[in-house]
Design a protein around this ligand. Structure first.
Ligand code: PLP
Length: 402
C-alpha cells in the first residue's frame, strides 16, 4: 500500500492476536470454539494485587507518574532483581512501561541503527522480528531443533555474528516452546558475546516464574562480564495474571535505559499510576510471587503433564517436554500432505490449524507465525477440563487424516 510508510508496510500484523480475535468472534457468534491460542493466564489477578489497584483509585492516586515509573515501584523492581536474579540496578537504570512489549520495542529502537542485525533464535515470539524491522534493522533468524529442545546452538550463533550484529534476543522460559536455557548454555553464549563488543543481549524473562522445578531460571545479566552487555526485560502480565493492567519494565546500563526512557517520553509517558500501585503489591507477595504465584504454577504444571502425556499417545506427533511458560510447541508435520474429505490437503501448520478450527473447533496458532512451520503452538492457560475436551476434539479431528 503506497499510502502507508514503507517501514510499516514491511511489518506483519501479529498472527497470534489475529487468531485470538478470530476465535473470540466465532465464540461471540455462537460457535463453541475452545480457545488455546492466546498467551494469557486464565486466572484472575490475585486479590491483594487487585485490592492495591482499587485502593489507588479510591485514594485519588490517578495522576501522571514520572516517565520512568514511580520511585516506589522502581525501588521494588531493583530489590526484586537483586534478591531473585542476582543483578544490581539502581532506580535510574530501570524504565517501567505499558507492558514488556513496549519495553522490548523501545530497547530495539534505542540501540539499533539502520542496517544493524538482530539475531533471533527460532522459534521466536512473533513480535521480535517485526520490532527489528520497525527499527530499520535486519532480523537474522537462527533455527533450532526439537531434538535440541529448541535451544540455540552456540556454534551456529558464533558463525552468524558479523560486524553488523547489534542485538541477540533471548527468551527463557520461551514463548512458544516453553524451553528454559540451562545456565551452562547461557555461559557458552556469554563467552561468544564477550568476544564481540558491539553485540548486546536483550533478555526477555517475562515467563521467569512460570517454571517447573527442579529447572531454574538464570538471568543473563547475572553471568560474569554480562551486566553491561545486557538489557533485562520482565513484567507482570504472565506470572501475576495481570495482562490487562499493562505493566512491564526494562533494566540495564544507564545510557541505554535513558534512551528507552526518551522514546517513551515522546510516545506514551509514564505507565498507569493505578497499575503501578498494583505492581508494588505484586512484588510484595514475597519471593517469586509467594503462594499466589506458586498455586498458579502448580496448576500449569498439572496441565502440562496432562497434555504431554495425551499428545504422546497420538500417532506421529513429536514433543519436547517444556520446562516453563504455558505453551506446548508440538511437531505435527507427520500430518502434512494428507487429504481431509471436504477440506482438501493439509499443506502446512497454517492449513492444519485452519482444519482443527473448522473441524475440531479448537483454536491453536500455526508454528509458521513463530518461524517453525513443522509445529503448532498450544497454550495451556485454560482449565484442565477445557484441555481434556480440547484433546478429545483434536484426536477426533485427526482420525480421518491418519
Ligand atoms: N515477551 C513474551 C515472550 C511474551 O510472550 C509476551 C506476551 O505475550 C510479552 C513479552 C509481552 O507481555 P506484556 O506486554 O503483556 O507485558
Amino acid at each position: 500500500d503506497p499510502s502507508i510508510s514503507p517501514r510499516v508496510n514491511a511489518v506483519k500484523p501479529s498472527k497470534t492476536v489475529a487468531i485470538s480475535d478470530l476465535a473470540t468472534s466465532l465464540v461471540q457468534a455462537g460457535v463453541p470454539v475452545i480457545r488455546l491460542a492466546a498467551g494469557e493466564p486464565d486466572f484472575d489477578t490475585p486479590a491483594p494485587i487487585a485490592e492495591a489497584g482499587i485502593n489507588a483509585i479510591r485514594e485519588g492516586y490517578t495522576r501522571y507518574t514520572p516517565n520512568a515509573g514511580t520511585m516506589e515501584l522502581r525501588q521494588a523492581i531493583c530489590h526484586k532483581l537483586k534478591e531473585e536474579n542476582g543483578i544490581n540496578y539502581t532506580p535510574d537504570q530501570v524504565v517501567v512501561s505499558n507492558g514488556a512489549k513496549q519495553s522490548l520495542a523501545q530497547a530495539v529502537l534505542a540501540v539499533c541503527s539502520p542496517g544493524d542485525e538482530v539475531i533471533i533464535p527460532a522459534p521466536f515470539w512473533v513480535s521480535y522480528p517485526e520490532m527489528a524491522r520497525l527499527a530499520d534493522a535486519t532480523p537474522v533468524i537462527l533455527p533450532t531443533s526439537i531434538s535440541d529442545n529448541f535451544l540455540l546452538d552456540p556454534k551456529l550463533l558464533e558463525s552468524k555474528i558479523t560486524e553488523r550484529s547489534r542485538l541477540l534476543i533471548l527468551c527463557s522460559p520461551s514463548n512458544p516452546t516453553g524451553s528454559v536455557y540451562p545456565k551452562g548454555l547461557l555461559e557458552k553464549i556469554a563467552q561468544i558475546v564477550a568476544k564481540h563488543p558491539r553485540l548486546l543481549v536483550l533478555s526477555d524473562e517475562i515467563y521467569e516464574h512460570i517454571i517447573y522445578a527442579p529447572t531454574i531460571h538464570t538471568s543473563f545479566a547475572s553471568l560474569p562480564g554480562m551486566w553491561d552487555r545486557t538489557l533485562t526485560v520482565n513484567g507482570f502480565s504472565k506470572a501475576f495474571a495481570m495482562t490487562g493492567w499493562r505493566l512491564g519494565y526494562i533494566a540495564g546500563p544507564k545510557h541505554f535505559i535513558a534512551a528507552c526512557g526518551k522514546i517513551q517520553s515522546q510516545f506514551t509517558s509514564g505507565a498507569s499510576s493505578i497499575a503501578q500501585k498494583a505492581a508494588v503489591a505484586a512484588l510484595g507477595l514475597g519471593y517469586a510471587g509467594g503462594e499466589a504465584v506458586s498455586t498458579m504454577v502448580k496448576a500449569f504444571r498439572e496441565r502440562r503433564d496432562f497434555l504431554v502425556k495425551s499428545f504422546r499417545e497420538i500417532d506421529g506427533v513429536k514433543i519436547s517436554e517444556p520446562q516453563g511458560a504455558f505453551y506446548l510447541f508440538i511437531d505435527f508435520s507427520f500430518y502434512y500432505g494428507r487429504e481431509a474429505e471436504g477440506f482438501g490437503k493439509i499443506e502446512d501448520s497454517e492449513s492444519l490449524c485452519r482444519y482443527l478450527l473448522d473441524v475440531g473447533q479448537v483454536a491453536l496458532v500455526p508454528g509458521s507465525a513463530f518461524g517453525d512451520d513443522t509445529c503448532i503452538r498450544i497454550s495451556y492457560a485454560e482449565s484442565l477440563t477445557t484441555l481434556q475436551a480440547a484433546v478429545e476434539r483434536i484426536k477426533k479431528a485427526l482420525i480421518p487424516l491418519s
